[in-house]
Structure formats: structure tokens, C-alpha cells
Design a protein around this ligand. Structure first.
Ligand code: SF4
Ligand code: SF4
Ligand code: SF4
Length: 434
């Protein structure tokens, strides 16, 4: 009975969307119905939120139509009764996943309920806000099939919740993070290549620049405009700390791949002081950008400077990161890495080591960012170069290593962090284009 009412409610909302010409939204509702058919608890929680919001659509539409009829002097009672029933059924259906009848249907994966539902909903909200506020179609599907963008929102949000299921446990997260990071980087550069090849729908604005992270800081200094990337970087760092450098950057994924070639373990001899080279380089690239601007240097000449910097970046990645099994480019060369590490201190996220730690050092053997020296472990926290990648959680058999938010347990902190970072990751997957 519960699933029949839920089906009717979704189909009514889908039909209403088709009538309004929003085929993407109709796909979203039908997609949510398909998710409900999986019987997973998180899909039930999504149903509660989506149908609860859907009932508001009926409420607003009903009052609009009734007002129209009243202003025309026409009979509105029958219409009011029909809209009232539709509203009541949808609202009632939204509560069903948490009623006894709904609990008998949504029986699978109870423990992941709020976690996967939160990731799905947050990703959908992020994408919807971006789509509705951008002055041009930001989603790829809207470019090829105008008006179908919400179908893409459904697909990406479903992908996000799937990632959430895989990363629910720390060992799954350790395997999935490099994979989704590479997929994101691959999608970014594939679109760039197609855009350059002439398929301009794969470009965002078509204002090409070199995909060198240092330009996030240096670009606006040289141009005196274009602050979108620094703002995006700052917002993401405030939300998820330095996790930009372990989940969100399209170039960092290359360094990650390079450091894993041959299955090398991170080199314990990494001279930690090298992390400060990035600060010197940050000051240098900003100063050079400012100087080039002050001297009226052309955009092409500035491009050459940036290209040289990018070429050295690649050299560092493919020689040093590969040899040392570490993210040498990100930890000792990229200026934005240190910016993320320092600004990340403004966010509440930390990797903490509990007092039960026996100093076995197993966690430091997997840290590719050189953030777990002996002195860090003794101090009970990860060092400055930590990017919240989470790889060190798995090897700590005694459960001493973990994410920490003030007043919350390590496990809950980790789940909240993952909800945020996976949703942001999938938002970037949907909109990161040049
Ligand atoms: S250090 Fe630089 S290249 Fe590495 S992930 Fe961060 S911004 Fe990207
Ligand atoms: S300390 Fe842990 S979370 Fe931080 S970078 Fe190293 S492995 Fe990743
Ligand atoms: S693996 Fe755990 S117990 Fe061992 S040093 Fe790291 S935090 Fe301490």
C-alpha cells in the first residue's frame, strides 16, 4: 500500500512537470521513484524530502489556480477539492517511509540511511542552486537538450550517493578516493580536449587559461579581474578544509596517480621543511604576476611564463612523486597546496590521534602528504601538510586516528566530512569546465 501511494505521488508530480514542459524535473521524479523501488532506506529518506517538497508544489499551484478562478468569477470548489486531495496524498506519502508500512518496504541498508540520503540531497541542492543562478546553462545536458538539466542533477546525485555507499567504511574510502578523483580529472580534461577540438558546448565560457593551480592566485593578480576561482577555492577550503587537495583539484589527481605508480610506499625520508618551498613559490608567482601586469606584458607572454611553471610542475610530478611514492608536487611545489593547508586551519576539520595511540607508526607509512612524522604523532594530530585524505584511518587497528569536529565523535565527524566533500566533489564534476 505504501509503495502504491508513493508511486502515485511521484507519477502525479512527474506528469505535472511534463505538462509544464520541464522534462528534466519529470525525469528527476521518476528517477526517485526508481530509487524507491530498490527498497533501500536512504531512498525512503529521499522520498520523504522530495515528496514533502512536492506537496508544496501542489499547495502553491492549487492556490494559484483557485485565485485565478475566483478572479474570473468561476466555480472553484471542485478544483479546490481535487487539488486538496492531491496535496494530502503527496504529503501523506512523504511520511510513509517512516511509518510502519513504509518501514516494511524500505528494508535495505538501514545503517547508511541518513548518510546516503544527505549526500544525494545536498548534491542535488548544490547543482540546482548553481543551475538556477548561473546566467548561462552550466550543466552539459542543458546544452545539448535544453530543459533536461534536472535529469543530469538526478544522475549526478545518484552517483554521489553511490560513492557515499562505497566510502561509508574507511577501507572503502581509501580505495574509492583515488578512483573518483581520477574520474573527475579525466572528465575535466576530456571536456577541455573536446572543447579545443571545436565542440564548444564542452567549454564553460570558452575563456581558456592554462589548468595550472598556481594561476588560481596569480591569474587574478595579472588580469586584475576574474576572481571566481580564488573565491571557489576559499569557499571550499572553509567548508572542507584542505580537502581541495585530496578530492577536488583536477591536477592533484595526476600527482596522486604518479605517486602510486609501481605501488611504492611513501618515502619516510621526505625532508619535511620542503613544504615551506610552496610558500616561497606562492609569494614568487604572485609577485611575478604583479610585475608582468605593472610592465604591461602581453597575455601571450604571461601565458609562456605560466606554461613554463606548468611544465616544471609536470616534471616534479612524474619524476619526484613517482620515485618517492609521495605527493611531492602537492606537498613541496604547488603554491596552492600551502594556501589550502594554512587557510584550512580556519575550517573546523582536523585529523586527531587519541591518547590510546601506541606510536606504532603504521599510519605514517601510508601518508602521501608527509603529515605524520614522529613529532606529529606524539603531538596527537596530523601536521600542517595534511589534506584530510583519510588514508591513515585504515591502518590504525586501534582506531586512534580519525577526523574530528569539536564536540562530536570521530565516526560522526568523518561521516559529516564525507557528506560535504562527496557532494562538493560531485558538484565540481557537474560544473567544472573551462
Ligand atoms: S597542491 Fe596544487 S595541484 Fe595539488 S591538489 Fe592542491 S591545488 Fe591541486
Ligand atoms: S595525515 Fe592522514 S588524512 Fe592527513 S594527509 Fe596524511 S594520510 Fe591523509
Ligand atoms: S597507527 Fe594508530 S596507534 Fe599507530 S601510530 Fe598511528 S595513530 Fe598511533
Amino acid at each position: 500500500m505504501a509503495i502504491i501511494l508513493i508511486t502515485i505521488s511521484y507519477l502525479l508530480l512527474g506528469a505535472h512537470s511534463v505538462r509544464g514542459g520541464d522534462f528534466g524535473l519529470a525525469t528527476f521524479f521518476v528517477g526517485c521513484l526508481a530509487l524507491a523501488m530498490t527498497k533501500e532506506r536512504w531512498a525512503g529518506a529521499v522520498t520523504t524530502v522530495v515528496l514533502g517538497t512536492g506537496s508544496l508544489i501542489w499547495l502553491l499551484k492549487g492556490s494559484e489556480l483557485i485565485n485565478m478562478r475566483i478572479s474570473l468569477g468561476a466555480d472553484w470548489m471542485r478544483l479546490g477539492a481535487i487539488m486538496g486531495v492531491v496535496f494530502a496524498v503527496t504529503l501523506f506519502s512523504s511520511a510513509l517511509p517512516f511509518a510502519p508500512a513504509g518501514r516494511k518496504w524500505f528494508i535495505r541498508d538501514f545503517d547508511k540511511m541518513w548518510f546516503k540520503a544527505a549526500i544525494f540531497l545536498l548534491t542535488a541542492v548544490f547543482l540546482e542552486l548553481t543551475r538556477s543562478n548561473a546566467p548561462f546553462p552550466v550543466l552539459l545536458v542543458d546544452r545539448f537538450f535544453p530543459g533536461w538539466g534536472r535529469a543530469e542533477i538526478f544522475l549526478i546525485a545518484t552517483y554521489a550517493s553511490w560513492i557515499g555507499g562505497k566510502m561509508f567504511m574507511p577501507d572503502g574510502a581509501k580505495k574509492m578516493r583515488p578512483l573518483i578523483w581520477s574520474i573527475f580529472s579525466g572528465a575535466f580534461f576530456l571536456q577541455l580536449a573536446l572543447g579545443i577540438a571545436g565542440f564548444d558546448k564542452f567549454l564553460m565560457t570558452g575563456n581558456l587559461h592554462l589548468p595550472v593551480p598556481a594561476l588560481i592566485a596569480a591569474g587574478p593578480v595579472f588580469r586584475g579581474s576574474g576572481f571566481f576561482m580564488p573565491i571557489l577555492f576559499a569557499v571550499s577550503v572553509l567548508l572542507v578544509g584542505p580537502a581541495w587537495c585530496s578530492h577536488l583539484c583536477y591536477i592533484g589527481a595526476w600527482d596522486d596517480i604518479s605517486s602510486r605508480i609501481g605501488g611504492k610506499r611513501p618515502d619516510a625520508k621526505f625532508p619535511h621543511a620542503l613544504i615551506w618551498v610552496r610558500l616561497i613559490l606562492l609569494v614568487l608567482v604572485v609577485a611575478v604576476a604583479w610585475r608582468l601586469r605593472a610592465n604591461g606584458v602581453s597575455g601571450f607572454d604571461a601565458f609562456i611564463w605560466a606554461a613554463i611553471f606548468g611544465a616544471v610542475s609536470l616534471f616534479v610530478m612524474f619524476i619526484f612523486s613517482r620515485r618517492m611514492g609521495m605527493m611531492i608536487h602537492c606537498t613541496a611545489f604547488c603554491p596552492m597546496g600551502i594556501a589550502g593547508n594554512i587557510l584550512g586551519k580556519l575550517s573546523p576539520w582536523r585529523m586527531k590521534i587519541s591518547s590510546d595511540c601506541n606510536q606504532c607508526g603504521k599510519c605514517s607509512k601510508v601518508c602521501r602528504y608527509g603529515a605524520l612524522r614522529k613529532v606529529d604523532i606524539q603531538a596527537g594530530r596530523a601536521g600542517l601538510s595534511c589534506t584530510l585524505c583519510g588514508d591513515c584511518v585504515v591502518p590504525c587497528a586501534s582506531g586512534c586516528m580519525g577526523y574530528k569536529l569539536p564536540f562530536l565523535s570521530s565516526e560522526l565527524s568523518r561521516k559529516i566530512f564525507l557528506v560535504l566533500v562527496i557532494s562538493l566533489h560531485c558538484l565540481f564534476l557537474g560544473v567544472a569546465r573551462m
